[in-house]
Design a binder for this molecule. Structure first.
Ligand SMILES: C[S@@+](CC[C@H](N)C(=O)[O-])C[C@H]1O[C@@H](n2cnc3c(N)ncnc32)[C@H](O)[C@@H]1O
Length: 302
């Protein structure tokens, strides 16, 4: 195949992946595309992932009052803000004239870079805050209420902090794709000998690789139960095929304001079962208290 034909084939593949009206200049500035407009394998993977996630988020934004015209969205562990920029480009720029996108990131260099890029592109309703996710929950730089909270591969417990942020801000939707997780695995590791003596189930995390995997799996299960216990309906799906990323679990919470006592109870039972009760005050501080009896219940007995 000639060089020209190869380039034309690449361009056609690229056009097929982009959304109508999507800014090619933005993708170049984000280094997803080269200056010549070419896409390498790594950036194709990232672009595919972010565009796929955008499709879920777009539907949620459209469910907001006035189809999201005044939506606020906070993206945690924003990194280079691929996700925030693409959401702004494809939704906020034209369809949310009174909307605002916040990117929360601890790395100063990335925050400065994103601020400069937003200015160059005239994305004037994007703000980048050099804060930890936990700090952002009480920062005066963010509004009292945020409609949509996202966290794409926010490291370790930053995903938990993003969920806490969503609860504090009474977010209508929370969309997280968790990263690797170490906290629960460390706890399982610490109490492994005791667990093995007590129950054959501990075989599930006897080998170090399994400790890590069960730790991640359990963490996400606990996150889902926490959201349900706090009044969110939860769906868990795959973001894109496993060939694209190992960190591929997409958790979407939708606020229903109907906290589930059964989820709170199950969460506590799991913590006990896995010897993780010490994590409760740190990771699940907003967990509603369980009713003493159905008669005195503050929570519906679902
Ligand atoms: C794996 S990167 C993902 C970046 C981006 N969301 C993406 O998918 O391209 C995780 C980012 O989260 C940031 N981060 C980690 N812990 C954080 C915290 N507690 N608060 C804010 N940002 C955090 C890191 O600096 C890093 O830029």
């Amino acid at each position: 195949m000639s060089a020209a034909a190869k380039i034309e084939r690449e361009q056609a593949a690229l056009r097929a992946e982009l959304r109508p009206g999507q800014s090619v200049e933005l993708l170049k500035q984000l280094h997803i595309l080269t200056r010549e407009g070419r896409l390498n394998q790594d950036s194709r993977r990232k672009l595919k992932q972010v565009l796929h996630l955008f499709q879920f988020i777009e539907k949620l934004l459209l469910e907001l009052p006035q189809q999201g015209a005044a939506a606020t969205l906070a993206d945690h562990g924003a990194g280079k803000s691929y996700l925030g920029f693409i959401i702004y480009d494809l939704f906020f720029r034209d369809r949310a004239p009174a909307g605002q996108v916040y990117g929360i990131e601890t790395r100063t260099d990335l925050v400065e870079r994103s601020r400069a890029l937003a200015e160059r592109l005239g994305f004037d309703r994007m703000r980048f805050l050099n804060l930890t996710v936990a700090e952002s929950a009480t920062s005066a730089e963010l509004p009292e209420q945020v409609d949509v909270v996202t966290a794409l591969h926010a490291c370790d417990t930053a995903t938990d902090d993003a969920i806490e942020f969503a609860l504090a801000k009474r977010a209508r939707f929370v969309v997280v794709v968790p990263c690797c997780q170490a906290e629960v695995a460390a706890s399982l590791r610490e109490h492994k000998a005791l667990a093995l003596a007590r129950s054959p189930l501990a075989e599930l995390w006897r080998h170090p690789l399994h400790t890590r995997e069960i730790g991640s799996q359990l963490t996400n299960v606990l996150r889902c139960l926490y959201l349900e216990a706090c009044g969110y309906r939860v769906t868990v799906t795959e973001l894109v095929g496993w060939e694209h990323s190992m960190k591929n679990e997409l958790i979407i919470g939708r606020r229903t304001d109907q906290p589930k006592a059964s989820a709170a109870r199950r969460l506590l039972e799991l913590l006990d079962q896995f010897g993780l009760r010490a994590l409760q005050p740190l990771r699940f501080p907003a967990l509603p208290a369980l009713p003493a009896s159905p008669a005195s219940s503050a929570l519906p007995q679902d």
